[in-house]
Design a protein around this ligand. Structure first.
Ligand SMILES: Nc1ncnc2c1ncn2[C@@H]1O[C@H](COP(=O)(O)OP(=O)(O)OP(=O)(O)O)[C@@H](O)[C@H]1O
Ligand SMILES: [Mg+2]
Length: 263
């Protein structure tokens, strides 16, 4: 079984409808994955499984060497960092930014929490610094802009030093500068050998950071293709995924896509 993720025939049914069908997916340590697909394809559902926040209706979902359904998810979840809009909605607006980050470590192991409070706080500040938002540490979360919140969410997800980091559309709602800044920071994370395995969900190839290794293309709950970006991110696979002709261009380590056909 793969170290990080091993899904075999994973199917999720909701309200009589299959929203994920027979998904096979393996992530090895050190890989950095992008999940691409249109609205409603099942991307967030896939991340919920990887985050041990949802069990498959059928199939076997292995996460960090454990099989969902046979393991205490409360022990597994702290090993996984998740940044998503739905989680962020639960952060109270009046919470201080540094606390938003530091509280991610609460409940991990109650024992070290009490004793290492100051170390925790130092780590939270380090992470805010790495994401370029340390100057906001004392602000209330509710007063931050969308882009600032995204960066705080990523710092929070990294707080427990996870083995697997999941990012659901981290660049949604960001302006051009904010997106480029975030893409660069995620690129730096991708190149950090100490960083956890990464999964980034997005709708846009423009948001694929440098250093990402693999892509999974999802449509109507089914995997269209999955594998190394060099051979899997193709115009043909994008057409099959998004249902339109696409011109894909590579510019160094970045991509752009637009509707159309060559010639
Ligand atoms: N609890 C639920 N009950 C019924 N249908 C659901 C439920 N949760 C999700 N779905 C449906 O499952 C499908 C996949 O949803 P999901 O949120 O995983 O898609 P997504 O790829 O993340 O889409 P988006 O790009 O819009 O975020 C959608 O059609 C959605 O309406
Ligand atoms: Mg989604």
């Amino acid at each position: 079984m793969s170290d990080v993720l091993a899904f075999a025939g994973v199917t999720v049914t909701r309200g009589g409808k299959e929203i994920l069908s027979e998904v096979d997916w393996e992530i090895e340590e050190g890989q950095r994955w992008v999940v691409l697909g249109p609205n409603g394809a099942g991307k967030s559902t896939l991340l919920q499984l990887a985050a041990a926040r949802l069990h498959p209706t059928r199939g076997v979902a292995g996460v960090l060497g454990e099989v969902l359904g046979t393991v205490d998810v409360f022990e597994l979840r702290p090993r996984i960092g998740l940044a998503s809009a739905s989680l962020a909605d639960h952060v109270p607006g009046d919470e201080i930014v540094a606390d938003v980050v530091v509280t991610a470590s609460y409940g991990v192991v109650g024992r070290w929490r009490e004793r290492y409070d100051r170390l925790d706080l130092a780590r939270a500040h380090e992470l805010l610094e790495a994401l370029g938002v340390s100057h906001l540490a004392d602000r209330r979360y509710g007063t931050l802009s969308e882009g600032e919140r995204k960066r705080v969410q990523i710092a929070r997800a990294l707080m427990t030093d996870p083995e697997l980091m999941l990012l659901d559309e981290p660049a949604a709602g960001l302006d051009l500068g904010g997106r480029e800044d975030l893409v660069a920071r995620l690129g730096a994370l991708a190149e950090d050998l100490e960083a956890p395995a990464l999964v980034l969900v997005t709708h846009h190839v423009e948001e694929i950071p440098p250093g990402f290794t693999d892509v999974l293309l999802l449509k109507d709950g089914e995997v269209v293709a999955a594998g190394p970006i060099e051979i899997t991110l193709t115009e043909d696979n994008l057409r099959r995924t998004f249902g339109l002709d696409v011109i894909l261009d590579r510019h160094g380590d970045r991509f752009t896509a637009r509707a159309g056909t060559r010639d």
